[in-house]
Design a protein around this ligand. Structure first.
Ligand code: OAD
Length: 303
């Protein structure tokens, strides 16, 4: 019979005893910084989009829609652009697990890249849905720092690829002399068909994994080859677990691994040993206090 875990003290003890902790995170760990999550009623990014008349908000992150019309993403993405100068107490908690030598892997669905700011080692971090850290051209794959396209996202303008533009300018034939139209009435259509054939620069897309795109190979490799065999505690923090394949990780792990859920709302579609409900920053702070650990962070009131 497997041991039972029910209380916050049980979880504090598990933290003390565990050696290889997997932490699965979602947008809820960044909301205390003012970055909205996706699915919270009224405050989530998707509910704001619905209010704005976009009835299928997940389409903003759909790769086919992006390729058809990137202006939809560029018009709306400023609402989730990260301020990279701060991270939350929950990020600091994950860093504390790392400092104590207990962090096996942080699987984050977040694209704000704040784990890097918190000092989570790249070797312990899987950014399951990519991030805003870099952006790539849809045509030539040229990659730039994500911050290069931030001004376009803020200005709600589509960013195009500078490398494509330079190549096009270099290859451009000398301007053609305007042909004399044979008939007045087809002048317009001649000009239009010429325009349609003009090659254009590719569109830049942040290296976020859109719906319809593959997750990074490291996600599947690390999960199956290392983590599923060695993890001794899984903490799922601030995610609704609505998006596969991340939502499938808890059930993929062996049953003897204690499963703990920390979030504002209870979850029903995945089984957890313990659900600690509340603001995650407060829950992890209390867990640390009970484990006898000091969680240092500027947003935690002194004393
Ligand atoms: P969701 O918005 O679906 O879930 C966030 C969860 O965190 C909700 O259950 C909230 O109740 C909870 N929450 C919010 N603030 C909290 C706080 N301060 N303390 C505790 N809990 C809090 O966000 P994700 O699960 O991360 O994909 O969404 C998964 C993916 O869906 C995202 O990565 C995104 C989206 O489509 C892409 O960007 C490609």
């Amino acid at each position: 019979k497997l041991p039972q875990y029910n209380t916050i003290d049980d979880v504090a003890r598990l933290l003390q005893q565990s050696k290889n902790v997997m932490v699965i995170t979602g947008a809820g760990i960044s909301t205390s910084l003012g970055i909205p999550d996706f699915r919270s009623k009224n405050t989530g990014f998707y509910s704001k989009l619905i209010d704005a008349g976009i009835y299928e908000p997940e389409e903003v992150f759909d790769i086919e829609r992006f390729d058809e019309d990137p202006s939809i993403f560029y018009r709306l993405a400023h609402g989730i652009l990260p301020d990279e100068t701060r991270h939350s107490p929950t990020h600091a908690f994950i860093r504390l697990l790392q400092d104590k030598g207990k962090l096996q892997t942080n699987y984050t669905q977040n694209i704000d890249n704040l784990e890097e700011r918190a000092g989570i080692e790249p070797a312990r971090l899987i950014q399951c849905h990519g991030s805003f850290a870099t952006a790539s051209c849809r045509k030539c794959k040229h990659q730039v720092k994500g911050t290069e396209i931030f001004p376009y996202i803020r200005a709600q303008q589509v960013a195009t690829c500078k490398q494509c533009s330079a190549a096009l300018a270099a290859a451009a034939p000398p301007p053609k002399k305007k042909k004399k139209a044979k008939h007045n009435f087809d002048t317009d259509s001649d000009e239009n068909s010429d325009d349609d054939n003009i090659p254009t620069a590719g569109v830049m897309k942040p290296d976020i994994t859109f719906f319809g795109e593959q997750l990074p190979n490291t996600f599947f490799d690390r999960l199956a080859e290392t983590d599923a065999k060695s993890v001794d505690l899984v903490l799922v923090i601030g995610t609704s677990l609505k998006v596969a394949p991340v939502s499938e990780i808890p059930n993929y792990l062996p049953h003897h691994v204690p499963h703990v859920y920390i979030s504002r709302e209870p979850i029903e579609h995945v089984n957890f040993d313990v659900q600690l409900l509340g603001q995650c920053d407060e829950v992890v702070w209390e867990l640390c206090r009970r484990a006898g650990w000091e969680l240092r962070h500027e947003m935690i009131p002194e004393g």
